[in-house]
Design a protein. Structure first.
Length: 95
C-alpha cells in the first residue's frame, strides 16, 4: 500500500510603494469614500502590469478614477484589488 502526502503551499505578497511626494487624498464616486489615490505608474506597479494596461482599464471603465483640475489621472486602489487577477481575465478571454 503506497502512501501519498499532499502538500499545499500558500503564498502572500506585500508591495510597498515609496513616494517622494505626499499622497493625494481624493473622493472616489464609485466607492463613495475619500481614498489615497495612485498615479497610473503606482497602480501599474501594484497590479504588476504596464501603465498602458492601466490606461486601457480606465478607458474600458474597469477602474475607479478621477482627474485633477490639472488633468492628472488618479486611480482608486480599491478598484485594483477588487478586479479579477489578470491571468483569470486572459483565460476567460481566450475561452
Amino acid at each position: 500500500m503506497n502512501k501519498r502526502t499532499k502538500i499545499t503551499i500558500e503564498t502572500h505578497q506585500v508591495q510597498i510603494i515609496r513616494r517622494g511626494k505626499p499622497s493625494v487624498q481624493a473622493w472616489c464616486p464609485e466607492c463613495s469614500a475619500t481614498v489615497r489615490m495612485l498615479t497610473p505608474e503606482e497602480a501599474a506597479a501594484l497590479a504588476q502590469v504596464t501603465t498602458r494596461t492601466i490606461y486601457h482599464w480606465v478607458d474600458a471603465g474597469e477602474l475607479h478614477f478621477t482627474e485633477t483640475p490639472e488633468g492628472i489621472l488618479l486611480i482608486c486602489p480599491d478598484s485594483l484589488t477588487t478586479r479579477p487577477p489578470l491571468g483569470l481575465l486572459l483565460k476567460e478571454k481566450n475561452s
